[in-house]
Design a protein around this ligand. Sequence first.
Ligand SMILES: [Zn+2]
Length: 251
Amino acid sequence: MQSVRSPLLNPYTQITHAFSTKEDGFSLKPFSQNNLAYHVNDNPKHVFQNHQHFALYLQYDLKKLVHMNQVHGNSISIIDKSTDLNHIPKCDALITQEKNIPLMVMVADCIPILLYDPIKEIIAVVHAGRAGVFNKILIKTINKMTSNFKTDAKDLLVVLGPSIKECCYDVDMQIKVEAIKHNYGYSINEKKDSYYLDLVSIIKEQLKELHIENKNIEISNYCTSCNNKLFFSYRADKNITGRFCGLLMLR
Ligand SMILES: [Zn+2]
């Protein structure tokens, strides 16, 4: 089983984490091979086998897995002992302090973000696409960790997994205007009459606002579109594609 690990999180034995890849799964084209999303019209039997395989590989209880019905919104769910784990929350971020409950974010170009507070022992995962980044879903999640669990942002480890990077993320004029409206004009780079959006540059500024130091931030070098053999990419796969995941669990 192929997965991508974070050098920043690797030393912490009290958590399990990984980003899955496309490789070594049961799904057939155009979802081959390791698609983890049920909502993309893949054969659900194959998706379930992929989930079983990943759970066995990372040694978590699949029955306790929490993933999201991601809607490019601002809603954040806190998972606690009273949460019905069979209900999939409609949100774009999950937070928990419970042990052995794996949190999963699924993506194919959007940024999968893993957050770990090693002092208070709190974890979160965030789905950050263009809308989420513009609407500060990451800042809101961190603020919620602070208000509900007393996380001090300066303790937080922030890992941005593989996502589409500026090299491949050309956008139209309307999105340029929207970026400027949100004061993120600096994230638009104009090359040969096209506009390229650098979402990571916005995340970096947002983390700076929260005084999170660079040593606590890790940004994957992988562009999902450039590395489409290893990761699902909505753009590179022309809209019909699977999803890979970022997973985080407290042990
Ligand atoms: Zn690229």
